[in-house]
Design a protein around this ligand. Structure first.
Ligand SMILES: C[S@@+](CC[C@H](N)C(=O)[O-])C[C@H]1O[C@@H](n2cnc3c(N)ncnc32)[C@H](O)[C@@H]1O
Length: 258
């Protein structure tokens, strides 16, 4: 199943492995918040997790350390090689047509594929594959980019840019899709998953951190900045209307128990 060529080129040229682990404050914020949201909702280890779009295995590594049996699937061969170099079980594959068997995992993660599937029927295939491969009662966790993300980081492009391209899809750079909050929940429901809940990942301090980074040229903004951002992100978790202050949204939904 073919990926859009700009996506293969983007990940082939970049260093996805370093995005969350190089000490950059906004990367650490995303990693820590993703960890705490997943740890709160995943079944207790040991359990089988399918990490679809798992890239070089950044999440698969800490999940393995937590005691889970993790399988990574990613369409970019370089990512699969990097994941295997870390001793992970990893295969080349596509979220829209997985090789894994029906109901073979306790949880399925889609932390990335939905960013790069701009067409609704393609995203629906990825959701349905997640539902098919997760066991009854299991969890599907899917990350999406917030439709308003580019308004949180106006330094990344001019206002004209936003007006010209609209907020749903960006095609300069790797093709990227930005979800509405209700739309993300609806996609989970349409795939037959129940009780979808959407959390903001980075929380309301994200925009300030980006501005500080841009202003100072520093990527590591120090422990105080990180702790402050984590504190407001945790607070925002109790206020669903604040989810849209985050760059990333995380949808958590279940397959109905048998
Ligand atoms: C931003 S990276 C996220 C990697 C990792 N899951 C994380 O959260 O750090 C997006 C990942 O989605 C993968 N991806 C893109 N299109 C995909 C598709 N159709 N099926 C599965 N994975 C895909 C990319 O290769 C890349 O590894």
């Amino acid at each position: 199943m073919a990926l859009l060529p700009d996506i293969t080129a983007f990940y082939g040229a970049g260093d996805e492995a370093a995005r969350l682990t190089s000490g950059r404050t906004i990367g650490t914020l995303e990693l820590v918040r993703t960890q705490e949201l997943l740890r709160r909702h995943l079944p207790a280890p040991p359990a089988d997790i399918l990490d679809v779009g798992g890239g070089p295995g950044v999440h698969a590594r800490w999940l393995t350390d937590d005691g889970y049996r993790v399988t990574v699937v990613d369409p970019v061969e370089q990512h699969v090689r990097q994941a295997r170099d870390h001793g992970l079980t990893a295969f080349v594959g596509d979220a829209r047509q997985l090789d894994q068997e029906d109901a073979s995992f306790d949880a399925v993660l889609l932390l990335g594929p939905l960013y790069h599937l701009p067409d609704s029927p393609e995203r629906a295939r990825a959701w349905r594959e997640a539902r098919r491969t997760v066991r009854p009662g299991g969890l599907v966790a899917a990350a999406a980019l917030n439709r308003f993300a580019r308004l949180l980081d106006p330094g990344a492009g001019s206002a004209l840019d936003v007006a010209e391209t609209g907020l749903r899809t960006r095609r300069n750079g790797p093709t990227t899709y930005y979800h509405g909050l209700a739309e993300l929940r609806e996609e989970a429901r349409e795939a037959g998953l129940t009780n979808p809940a959407v959390h903001g990942v980075q929380g309301p301090a994200y925009a300030a951190l980006k501005a500080q980074e841009r202003h100072t040229g520093m990527r590591d903004l120090g422990p105080q900045a990180l702790e402050g951002a984590l504190a407001v992100a945790r607070f925002a978790d109790s206020r669903p209307e604040l989810a849209l202050t985050s760059m990333h949204l995380l949808a958590l939904a279940c397959r109905t128990p048998a």
